[in-house]
Design a binder for this molecule. Structure first.
Ligand code: GRF
Length: 287
């Protein structure tokens, strides 16, 4: 128990002892003062004296431990500790982050992401955006009862980039998962550092316009690379170019084919993409 406390509070044995002494003495002082307060105000005769005593203790306790912590040399620890307790008590319930997934293919990554967040009260996959009416991801959206939006090139690039539809679903964050169109500047400006993509190779190599699906794996194998992998990155105005958030690698065997490599890459994507999204959203919410 003591070693657990030491780890949690990041203190050595002596400091833990002094902290526990402060808690004990601070608590006693608090009890004593609360009692004196009730007696001197005559409230100890009130039928509700237990309730009043608890209220008085709650209000006086922080002051008492802070006071006692000074001679024990633990004032900085208790100042931080009480601030943390106060922040936790007064923190408002964090709002839900609404995520849109942009996908135009089978949607296996979309599937994993939806599964990952399905019981998460803080993150909701609120919209699937797609430019291909035949895409499997639309069936997935229907099966999971997630609204979907089929987009047209003209409006996406030359008009409002569907911002009103995104606003209607309160979208805060956009995840590209097999979305082949370039993201228009209108959208990038509206969601700064809030659009991410996954690429099935180790960028900056094997990226750019036209580099998708098996074309990427064929190029990697033709270059006789020893390893490939995935890149999760922020989206900017240039294809596969924004800052890299995370990469993961897999080895390439002698007899590797584009299909077998694609399978390895998909496994990496399914493992890492939902986790990275989760970390990014947590970091955004805590900042
Ligand atoms: C993934 O390989 C991803 O890296 C790329 O498009 C593919 C989408 O696959 N951007 P799926 O539709 O999620 O199965």
């Amino acid at each position: 128990m003591f070693s657990k406390l030491q780890q949690r509070w990041k203190v050595n044995g002596l400091q833990l002892f002094l902290i526990l002494c402060t808690f004990a003495l601070g608590g006693s002082l608090c009890g004593y003062l609360a009692r004196r307060l009730l007696i001197s105000t005559g409230l100890e005769k009130n039928g509700l004296w237990v309730v009043l005593y608890i209220i008085a203790m709650t209000l006086i306790w922080p002051l008492c431990v802070l006071l006692v912590s000074i001679p024990f040399g633990q004032y900085p620890f208790f100042k931080k500790y009480l601030t943390k307790v106060w922040t936790r008590m007064t923190r408002q319930k964090s709002p839900v982050t609404h995520v849109a997934i942009f996908a135009s293919g089978a949607g296996s990554n979309a599937h994993k992401i939806i599964d990952h967040f399905q019981n998460n009260g803080a993150v909701k996959i609120s919209l699937i955006v797609c430019n291909n009416p035949q895409a499997g991801v639309l069936n997935l959206a229907a099966a999971r009862k997630i609204p979907s939006l089929l987009i047209q090139k003209k409006r996406f690039y030359e008009e409002d980039a569907y911002l009103p539809e995104l606003a209607r679903q309160h979208i805060d964050f956009i995840v590209l998962a097999g979305f082949l169109w370039k993201v228009p500047v209108t959208l990038i400006n509206k969601f700064p550092n809030k659009i991410i993509n996954i690429h099935p190779a180790l960028l900056p190599k094997y990226g750019g316009k036209g580099m998708y699906g098996d074309k990427v794996h064929e190029a990697v194998l033709a270059a006789k690379e020893k390893e490939s992998g995935i890149t999760i990155h922020y989206v900017d105005e240039i294809y596969d170019h924004g800052n890299i958030i995370q990469q993961a690698t897999c080895s390439i065997e002698e007899n590797e084919t584009p299909a077998s490599l694609a399978q390895k890459i998909h496994q990496l994507e399914h493992k890492h993409y939902p986790e990275v999204i989760s970390h990014l959203l947590q970091a955004t919410n805590n900042s």
